[in-house]
Design a protein around this ligand. Structure first.
Ligand SMILES: C[S@@+](CC[C@H](N)C(=O)[O-])C[C@H]1O[C@@H](n2cnc3c(N)ncnc32)[C@H](O)[C@@H]1O
Length: 305
């Protein structure tokens, strides 16, 4: 179907609804971040410890010593950018406040943002087959994607809600600590390879194929995008006023938190989960010993009493 859509930047033209023929090998838009060559400037244990402390204090993320090469690799291009000869100089620069935006840039580089559409599909099946049919009729349905990275998780949720909720009002809050990934989430434009796991019917209904200079990319339909509110939120600090939710997704972020940080983050989020609401984590994470407010209903799916 031809839609003749023009993006609000008025520079990007997307003319066709996506259809058959999409399906490429998986790729990662984040590959460039991890591929920075490391080792040209050595990072000492002391310097690494400074960055460990910085990331822990600002995001609650615990970086094990196995991440030393990763840290030096990811920050090396910033040292080059400022023509600095040591990680210590870079650390002092970001702490001095002389380049205020650089603190966020460093944090962005040190967080791991891997994500994809329909990741852990059982969660979206459970939402569609169990949670949505049991919702209270008439009430607006609200989901928070609490570490949304570049947007694939909240857009997957939006496609499922749009397809299943008919006239029921719904909205999604999507948040992350990294301004870099939030900016790409808000843009809602992805390389075509990222569409691999999106069902064909959803591609046709909710995605627009780029043409001309935008060939090889697709755009989330702005109507769907407008149902999502993107916010910068540090889960390791007090939360903004965002209302209460029927479902909270907190997937693939707690792996970076120690037990105490996990406990605090989960408690904070549970304070805005409605009674009877669902809390969904990744299959690779655990809430064992973290809270007694939740009951497991399926592996990685919990419900608040
Ligand atoms: C691996 S991604 C997970 C994306 C998505 N939830 C998924 O499962 O595919 C983890 C995200 O958590 C974010 N993050 C890390 N620490 C955070 C914090 N303290 N507050 C909010 N977001 C944080 C990172 O910036 C990153 O985008």
């Amino acid at each position: 179907m031809q839609s003749g859509h023009r993006d609000r930047t008025d520079q990007i033209t997307f003319t066709y609804r996506l259809g058959d023929g999409v399906g490429y090998a998986e790729d990662s838009v984040h590959a460039s971040i991890s591929n920075v060559p490391a080792g040209e400037i050595a990072i000492s244990d002391r310097e690494f410890a400074d960055f460990q402390e910085f990331v822990y204090q600002s995001a609650g993320i615990t970086l094990s010593s196995a991440k030393k090469a990763l840290v030096s690799g990811r920050l090396l291009k910033r040292l080059r950018h400022y023509q600095l000869s040591s990680y210590r100089d870079y650390f002092q620069m970001i702490m001095s406040g002389q380049e205020p935006a650089e603190l966020q840039t460093a944090l962005d580089l040190l967080t791991t943002n891997e994500t994809y559409f329909f990741r852990e599909p059982q969660h979206f099946d459970y939402l569609r087959t169990t949670i949505l049919p049991a919702r209270k009729p008439g009430d607006a349905f609200r989901i928070w994607s609490a570490a949304c990275s570049s947007g694939e998780e909240p857009y997957t949720l939006a496609m499922v809600l749009a397809d299943n909720l008919g006239t029921t009002p719904w909205d999604i809050v999507a948040s992350d600590i990294s301004s870099r990934v939030l900016a790409s989430a808000q843009a809602g434009q992805y390389s075509m390879e990222r569409a691999e796991k999106i069902p064909q019917a959803y591609l046709k209904s909710y995605c627009l194929k780029g043409v001309g200079s935008q060939a090889g990319t697709f755009l989330i339909d702005p109507k769907l995008r407008s149902r999502i509110r993107f916010l910068s939120v540090n889960l390791n600090a007090s939360l903004p006023q965002v209302g209460t939710f029927d479902v909270i997704f907190l997937r693939n972020v707690m792996i970076y938190f120690n037990a105490e940080t996990k406990r605090q983050v989960v408690d904070r989020l549970l304070s805005v989960l409605k009674p009877g609401g669902h809390f969904i984590i990744s299959h690779s994470e655990s809430l064992h010993g973290i809270t007694d407010q939740l009951k497991m209903v399926r592996s990685s799916i919990y419900r608040k009493a």
